[in-house]
Design a protein around this ligand. Structure first.
Ligand SMILES: Nc1ncnc2c1ncn2[C@@H]1O[C@H](COP(=O)(O)OP(=O)(O)OP(=O)(O)O)[C@@H](O)[C@H]1O
Length: 288
């Protein structure tokens, strides 16, 4: 008998109050798999994630974790199994990075219990796994955005979840930290976690996802392997602008960029490359 996927979403409708934002949503995430959700601003990615996490009620359909309908689960049970990594946010209080990561144990503590030795050990293991043990005593509000994002992933891991849901984990990170976070996502999947993340960069989905889901106008308009699902046509349909999709070869990923139309470029045309020095000096080019 085949094992149930970690997460299965069936015919889900979600939204805020009386407003339905998406309906008929269905997908699954298996252990060791990265599924990347793409869609334009305001299409409902965060609302969908909050519904999966039980923070908003589903308007229709079912969310199954390890084959069980989570509508019947306690918040604590769900929090032990599924961890949420929000975008790096500013904390109000100057906690150390270790203290922030220990907070990830909250779902495993009894009421009024303080973190014990095993909780601190789990936090230290998560810091080490993310390669940020050296930041443990630093003040969370004083480390960089990329380091904060890694600390939030460590906080999620400290709770020993089986599924990670990450909301734009690479937003506002420089290229170096984008690569570090995407690399960590791949390594965590190789350790058996299921990972669902959102991004605004299709290139990032090419780098880290096993499958991608495209959300637009309240429905999934694509679901499948990155190369088959993120084509210039499907990305243009998703974002409403032409998109170039350029494989880099040798399994190094695929570069994606929106293209400017005639009207957008206007008179600010991309300048031609400068002439070679030899041409500027009036000398004939070699071979001409
Ligand atoms: N608390 C709320 N109450 C009512 N409507 C909300 C609330 N939060 C978000 N919305 C609306 O729900 C829609 C989806 O928002 P959501 O934040 O889920 O989109 P998103 O795809 O995550 O956007 P982005 O890519 O810009 O982060 C938007 O129209 C938004 O204005």
């Amino acid at each position: 008998m085949s094992q149930a996927p970690l997460l299965r979403v069936e015919d889900l409708a979600f939204g805020h109050g009386a407003t339905t934002i998406g309906a008929g949503i269905g997908f699954a995430v298996s252990a060791g798999e990265v599924l990347c959700l793409l869609g334009p601003n305001g299409c409902g990615k965060t609302t969908l994630f909050r519904t999966l996490l039980g923070l908003l009620p589903a308007k229709a359909g079912r969310v199954l974790v390890e084959g069980e309908n989570v509508a019947r689960w306690s918040r604590t049970r769900l929090a032990r199994t599924v961890a949420y990594v929000p975008q790096a946010h500013a904390a109000l209080f100057p906690f150390s990075v270790r203290e922030v990561v220990v907070m990830g144990r909250a779902s495993r503590l009894g009421p009024f219990a303080s973190p014990g030795r095993s909780d601190h050990a789990a936090a230290d293991a998560a810091l080490a796994a993310l390669g940020i043990a050296h930041l443990a005593e630093r003040i969370y509000t004083e480390v960089s955005g990329g380091e904060r994002q890694l600390a939030l992933i460590a906080r999620a891991l400290a709770g020993e979840p089986r599924l990670l849901v990450m909301d734009e984990p690479t937003a506002s990170l420089d290229f170096g930290n984008q690569a570090r976070v995407l690399g960590q996502i791949r390594r965590l999947a190789e350790r058996g976690l299921g990972i669902l993340l959102s991004t605004h960069d299709p290139g990032h989905a090419f780098l880290c996802a096993d499958r991608v889901a495209l959300l637009r106008d309240g429905a999934l308009i694509g679901l499948g392997a990155p190369a088959a699902t993120m084509t210039p046509e499907s990305l243009e349909r998703l974002y409403g602008v032409p998109v170039a999709v350029v494989p880099l070869g040798d399994d190094r990923g695929t570069a994606c960029t929106p293209l400017l139309g005639e009207r957008d470029v206007g008179r600010r045309r991309v300048p031609s490359p400068p002439p070679l020095l030899a041409e500027r000096a009036g000398k004939p080019r070699r071979g001409s």
